[in-house]
Design a protein. Structure first.
Length: 45
């Protein structure tokens, strides 16, 4: 859970999706899904 919060906090700050996903060891598809869910539902998503 902490990694997801870190991801959604860093993504809007301008970090590239590919770099964040590589650093956290997740696929870009998973990264996109996490970020999209955050945009729709906020932290609860």
């Amino acid at each position: 859970m902490d990694e997801r919060l870190q991801f959604v906090a860093r993504r809007p700050a301008g970090e590239a999706m590919a770099e964040l996903c590589r650093e956290l060891g997740i696929s870009r598809k998973t990264g996109s899904r996490i970020f999209d869910r955050y945009q729709e539902c906020g932290v609860q998503g």
